[in-house]
Design a binder for this molecule. Structure first.
Ligand SMILES: [Zn+2]
Length: 310
């Protein structure tokens, strides 16, 4: 893809191994690599002695054993969850049962908007519908433990309940799936919403933490600059959609073919949903029109005729 994001796909951690990735932060990666998960979900252990675990990961016994092994002799006081996709939160019940830790998150899984007719159940496979936090966090809430302080940073967009966490002691942010170094984030309605996602990026761009530790892959460095590149990337994607629509009405498969060159075929569904996310936003802003609510099968056109070329 031709854009100005400097992706970093370096990631050497092997499943089951523990690595110190920042002062007071250890990482354990799950063995669930894939087109959406890169090398696997990264679970983080925060602190020493009395620790917190962030994103315990999928319900995978080998990963849960590796995580508990990594904290042998220590006390896990708290569990934090960035969002309720099945690669992030389903290990919570087993880790909680083993440790008695308190579970924090924004809330249970929920959709970014009401379902349209005929849309039901489309994304159930990716969501952990059973997850419930012990304590629901709001934006700006602060939780501290033994030698660590986490500030909840509400970052809806990838999911409606996505929460990033700023670790004060290390001046870094656990960015979950909102900002990752290896790839852009997937924003797929009705789970996610582009307008929320853009607002969450703008919010992070105003913060100063230089390093992000994401839910997949290695750290994001020079994070505020990287986030601004993410924002430009989305604006460019939106501009390509509008440019294609200037040639006439188009459906989503046509737009995907026009915009994504050399797309991994396994990602066609995700790309279609990402285009739908942009179209929902453009329809809400009155720039694009469609019949009824924006849907994956809809036909889209510009609301205004294009300006004549100068
Ligand atoms: Zn996710």
């Amino acid at each position: 893809m031709n854009d100005d994001i400097r992706y970093n796909r370096t990631f050497d951690l092997l499943p089951g191994r523990v690595a110190e990735v920042a002062p007071g932060v250890r990482a354990v990666v799950a063995s669930n690599p894939g087109p959406f998960t890169f090398k696997g979900t990264v679970s983080y252990i925060i602190g020493r002695g009395k620790v917190a675990i962030l994103d315990p990961g999928p319900d995978d016994d080998a990963h849960i054993a590796a995580l508990l092994d990594a904290v042998r002799g220590e006390t896990v006081t708290d569990l934090f969850v960035t969002h309720t996709h099945r690669d992030h939160s389903p290990a919570v019940p087993k880790v909680k049962a083993a440790t008695g830790a308190t579970v924090y998150a924004q809330g249970p899984h929920r959709l970014a908007r009401a379902l349209h007719v005929g849309e039901a159940g489309r994304l159930d496979a990716s969501a952990d519908m059973d997850f419930r936090p012990d304590i629901a966090l709001a934006d700006g809430d602060v939780v501290s433990g033994s030698g660590w302080t986490l500030e909840a940073v509400a970052t809806p967009g990838h999911t409606a309940n996505h929460m990033a966490y700023a670790l004060k002691e290390a001046d870094l942010i656990f960015s979950g799936d909102h900002v990752m170094a290896w790839s852009t984030s997937i924003v797929a309605p009705p789970d996610g919403a582009m307008s929320d996602y853009m607002a969450s990026l703008e919010k992070l761009a105003r913060r100063s933490e230089p390093i992000y530790l994401p839910g997949h892959g290695g750290p994001v460095r020079e994070a505020p600059r990287f986030v601004r590149a993410y924002i430009r990337h989305r604006h460019a994607r939106e501009a390509s959609i509008l440019r294609r629509l200037e040639k006439g009405a188009a459906d989503i498969p046509t737009l995907v073919r026009a915009i994504y060159i050399g797309l991994d075929p396994r990602l066609t569904g995700a790309a279609s949903l990402s285009v739908l996310a942009h179209l929902e936003d453009l329809v809400a802003r009155g720039m694009v029109a469609t019949e009824g609510p924006p849907s994956i099968g809809g036909l889209y056109r510009l609301t205004e005729p294009p300006l004549p070329a100068a």
